[in-house]
Design a protein around this ligand. Sequence first.
Ligand code: SF4
Length: 888
Amino acid sequence: MLRLIINGMPHRVAPGTLLIDALRLAGAPVPQVCHDARIAPSGGCRLCVVEIEGQQRPIASCTTIAEEGMQVRSHTATLQSFRKTNLELLAEHYPPDAVAARPDLPFHRLLNEFGVTAGGSVVTGTLFQDDTHPYIGVAMERCIRCDRCIRICDELQGQFVWEAIGRGSATYVAPGRGKTMLEGGCVSCGACVDTCPSGALFDKRSPAQPSSWTRSTCAYCGVGCQMEVGASAGRVVAVRPADSPVNRGHLCVKGRYAFEFNHADDRISTPMIRRDGAWEAKTWDVAFEHVATELLRIRTMHGADAIGVLGSARASNEENYLTQKFARVILGTNNVDCCARVCHTPSAKALKTMLGTGASTNSFDDIERARTILICGANPTENHPVVGARIKQAALHGAKLIVIDPRRTELAALADLHLAVRPGCNVPLINAIAAALIEENLVDQSFLAERVTGYESFVTFIQAYRPEQVAPECRVAAEDIRAAARLYSECRPSMCFHGLGTTEHLQGTEGVEALINLALLTGNLGRPGTGINPLRGQNNVQGAALMGCDPGSLTGAQSLKEAGPRFEAVWGAHLPKTHGLDLLQMMDEACSGRLKALWVIGYDIYLTLADAARSRAALANLDLLIIQDLFLNQTAHEFGTVFLPAASAFEKDGTFMNAERRVQRIRAAVAPPGEALPDWVIIQQLAGRLGHADGFEFAHPQAIWDEVRTVWPDVAGLTYDRLENEAPHWPCPNEQHPGTPVLHRTSFSAEKTAKLVPVPYIPTSESADADYPFLLTSGRRLYAFNAGTMTSRTPNSLLQPTDVLDMAPADALRFGLADGESVIVRSRYGAATLPLCVNDAVAPGELFVTFHCPELFVNNLTSSVRDRLVHTPEYKVTAVRVEKATRI
Ligand code: SF4
């Protein structure tokens, strides 16, 4: 620690501390308007100047690092007078009414503190104006040229929207490109609003000061950003970023702005039962009685395995734990699954089988440690935007970037190497990188010798995948494949992220296995800045599966057979022994009439499952379909027989688990509407109706989590008390354990070594031909989330009003189609009509589409092909043709 004298008193600070922070820690904070800890100091406003013994002139404390023995004076009369003069200059043209309206803003607080009156003289020159953005308001007459908006957009988000335009006193801040923020490339993250000290940029739809702020976790993607939720009069009215290791004070448009769904007019707040096709509102008493009676009737007549239960990525860990406990203990079936089945079960399967733990190996903190980042089948700047921004910043600061993706995504455009693989060819491409590693002796011999087995047989196997051999099929030049191998191996540490473009294939699990082979060959495992890291799509999809919403494993991915007796002892019940049905098998069994009842929590399966025709046949065949959700989603609307209204993440306590294995708290900021209840309370009440109150009597989610800690040793150290202030990565076996940001440092779970797995390429049956000449891939975009259940009920729907079909300009020309016109897409399974978007992000012969809009129903197109090992649907390859439509 360094010793400083601040205003005559000794203080100690850590080496590297900025003087401005040392002063704050010493209780002598200095004023400033241009500083923000999230961006590099600029020293522009000069308000933070201090006197240092031995220095002739005052210096800016925000750009000075504390040094041993420094003697600092922070609030002398001279300094205060200098500050007041500076503030008077800044306020010369400032509108006085703005100060009165928002006395809480940092600049206004300083004006009031120093007794400076805003001048209000008319601003001459250009002022940027823009009232087109749904969330961000502009009042540039309040701009004080601190340039924080410019710097945070560049340095945190990497969007480079804002620029200082002009010269001298005529300089003004505006987007460098286009006439509006959105035309200038704004991604609506709100960082510029968040940092603006004067209200020149502001949130249009939020009141100045909510009556309360509650810290919680974002309920959208698996990044798990920490946020403060502002509430007034029982409604969520604002969200602002919180500082945490995950998001470092940043949010994306979904977390920051897309909260208005919570109070949408069509939110369901009363239990309902459908009779003769019409929904009837019921009391909880009647609804519980009906569900309990029906479940018992079906179990008695058809057996426990005629019932299926789906947990939810939208629900907390505690709620998913209770869901699977209910299925196993009360219903007596292992037919319990969740939406991990359709996204990252292949990742969990491959990682568990090959390395011993079915989860991300490293932490997001390693993004800045990696020298090379390999992204396979993921589009993080749209789907995991805060992590995407971190990867972008890493690349801008010199990290090498390799992107494997059929589309030219934002990161692909920025990458050192973009391997634009043909859809469905991940496995041969990744195998070819492995072959190049071996052929060019780019493998890590000492890592292989110490920690890897199966090398000799792998070398024999991989000969068939030399880059030159597979290049034509993969549509990637052999030299680029070799260049990727060299970068990944030689510019280490190398970190791999993958997404659904890897997993949602016939060979999804095998694609992840092939990526793990690359990491094993090059020693890119078990160290900071390395690893295999699935980017989980939904906020708690990882938690849902790991809590035991999986037909083949119990909480913590523990095996039914080995861990079953321990769970039986804790739960005081006999558990079913046979592997249950997964989600896709449940659909099959419903089609054949053997599955009679399905309870679906927080999941619009009809809209989002591939092969909608089969989903229709399955869901229409059920006797009982219980939907537990916020809204009457498409599944409920078309097929539901009972609706149970649930509380949102803003309305309950609990925990979520993010993609990097952190467990983080969610906290109720407002009460649920009407009679809606948290999922855990609904499950608990239903358990009581079925005569199982024992084992489900929990006063608070904390008590449920404490039971999770007893059955899953890896989270035993994560108490709620601890989670108040930190979010360690599991495994964290006791309360003194610091958590495990990097897995497999010295061993692969129970094993010392991991085995290379030969991954033969088995092509999908979906291929283009004369009738269906295009290959269609599907995914998400920035402004919409999954089924659109939440984002479509927010102004995000103005930013992305509809799904569109992306087509390459050459194909549009060839087929005589124009941008914006309506087209019919037909596959071997169905058709959808939607607007065309001609752009060069997709390669000729390929198409891209999102699936957010119920009215367009893009999953009418997707096939019944599934991952060979875990049944994840192949959303990423469907052969289609495109025709002109007369009207949408
Ligand atoms: Fe929420 Fe993900 Fe955006 Fe973070 S990156 S704010 S977790 S949607």
